[in-house]
Design a protein around this ligand. Structure first.
Ligand code: 6CS
Length: 359
């Protein structure tokens, strides 16, 4: 596994104190359009990642940093905090909500206990099998609009959704049918709805922070986990699992967020720089994930004897059927607004697929 520093340490506590108290950046609420209150440039924005260096999120953050620093003529600097430097996904979301970091990634698999509507992205066989269809839906203003309020109610400004590739199951055996999950202790992301997806297959879901997955697999405290290929490679999960099953149950979707008050108080030029940079980075991130997922599968195959299992459409269909009741669980927990989002997403997928020749 690549370097991952541990945050349950005095160093972590110190970093949090530094973030909270000793910044040269304006506090999230201190900027204004009034010239007399304009920040003294350069201003530093802190961007917290749920993934380590070299990951999709890291590449996204580097591209954003390059663009912001260039559009702003060096007036805005971005400090990137890769995973392991300041906390787990849930801790990063808390830091963004309180304004200690300005920007962060917040993946629905962890976020859905706080914002139940986002749990829709943990549902299996909901989005299209066509990744381009999913890319366009996830980048659409229509989808952004329905999620803006649920994020805002929790102190967050939603800045975009980013797909990071198909979830791939790893275990020490192929997972060809729901029966293969029977009693399997599978690590899931930490929200309840993320666990429900695997309960539906008869598994024993074990919600666990990302940083703990490698050691839990190694110690046989869990039997399997799900993540995109790039993550399986960079986190070393393939070193402690012998089989990867490609069932394409769902895309790994994450969201980019900022502290809401900070975003609303940004001077117009800074807001424009941020929005312009985000618009440029989103399509690029899609290419980055495709390239990283393909290249890292080769790395895994070169460096190990990992068995690769690709499910047939008939095999996938059994999982699709078993997954459907979880949509009702989602609708119950995410309420009326969540249910409306689920229906809207299904309609968007149907419509986009009917307009896409090869889907
Ligand atoms: O499995 C997880 O928890 C993590 N997986 C990825 C690909 N990104 C961040 C997330 O926390």
């Amino acid at each position: 596994m690549r370097h991952l520093c541990h945050w349950r340490s005095p160093l972590f506590a110190m970093v949090i104190l530094l973030l909270a108290g000793c910044s040269e950046s304006p506090s999230p609420t201190s900027t204004s359009d009034d010239d007399s209150e304009r920040p003294t440039y350069p201003v530093t924005w802190r961007f917290a990642l749920e993934e380590i260096e070299g990951s999709v999120q890291h590449r996204y953050a580097e591209e954003l940093k390059e663009r912001i620093e260039s559009i702003s003529d060096g007036n805005i600097l971005i400090d990137i905090f890769p995973y392991g430097s300041i906390g787990t996904s849930i801790q990063l979301t808390d830091l963004a909500r309180e304004g200690s970091v300005h920007l962060a990634f917040a993946s629905p698999g962890h976020l859905a206990d706080l914002i139940p509507e986002t749990g829709v992205f943990t549902l299996h066989f909901l989005l299209s099998d066509n990744e381009d269809v999913n890319r366009d839906i996830l980048a659409s203003d229509e989808l952004m609009q329905v999620f803006t309020e649920p994020y805002a109610e929790n102190g967050l400004q939603l800045l975009g959704f980013v797909p990071e590739g198909w979830m791939v199951w790893t275990a020490n055996k192929p997972l060809r049918t729901p029966a293969d999950f029977n009693g399997l202790a599978i690590r899931t992301m930490t929200s309840e709805i993320a666990a429900e997806a695997y309960k539906a297959y008869g598994a024993t879901p074990t919600p666990t922070p990302y940083s703990q997955v490698y050691s839990d697999l190694q110690l046989r405290r869990i039997d399997g986990q799900a993540n995109p290929v790039f993550a399986i490679e960079e986190m070393g999960f393939y070193e402690v699992q012998n089989t990867m099953t490609f069932a394409r149950p769902a895309q790994f979707v994450t969201s980019v967020v900022s502290n809401r008050e900070w975003f609303e108080a940004l001077p117009d030029d800074q807001k424009r720089w941020l929005e312009e940079a985000l618009d440029e980075v989103t399509p690029l991130a899609y290419e980055v994930q495709a390239e990283l997922n393909a290249r890292r599968l080769e790395t895994i195959m070169e460096n190990s004897n990992t068995r690769i299992v690709e499910l047939s459409e008939e095999e996938r269909e059994q999982f699709r059927e078993a997954s459907l009741p979880v949509r009702e669980t989602y609708a119950r927990t995410a309420g009326e607004r969540g249910e409306a989002i689920l229906e809207q997403l299904m309609e968007m997928v149907d419509e986009a697929e009917s307009e896409t020749p090869d889907s």
